[in-house]
Ligand binder design. Sequence first.
Ligand code: PNS
Length: 164
Amino acid sequence: MSKMKTAIYPGSFDPVTLGHLDIIRRASVMFDRLIVAVMHNQNKHPMFSVQERMDFLKRTTDDMPNVVIASFGGLLADYAWQQGACAIVKGLRAVSDFEYEFQMALANRKLNPELDTVFLMTSAEHMYLSSSVVKDIAVHGGNVTGFVPDGIIQDIVRRTRKED
Ligand code: PNS
């Protein structure tokens, strides 16, 4: 059996923000392999398709060789088991994130007792950042520089212009 430690960082990533990227960078040095898993089949109406979201992630993590971009549906605990992952990585911002994340961590460990959730505290400058905030700014014609990686700004501008 491989001793390689794999972790999964799951999310919607619609789109990836600098807050996500900070968590990816920090988690990538803690594990041998980090799978950033874009969730599909969700009820939310995403701005970007799973393929687009994966493409944004690939473009912005290509300097991190042990980061793999993937997508998943169904239960995260099952996906983690299939991938041989020992941990789920989550970013925590405010206290308001805690209750929901705590509930999910306990449910996931109940479903897969070998699976622990590792929480990384967000960096202070990303405290207020979320994909929803980014989309709201973009839809209203605001500038998302400093919120998302520079390499995807044009993609966001193009998408929000199309929907005007
Ligand atoms: O970026 P998001 O939208 O906050 O990510 C939420 C995500 C994908 C982490 C969460 O919805 C999830 O884990 N979904 C998979 C379905 C599942 O396993 N549900 C039970 C968890 S208790």
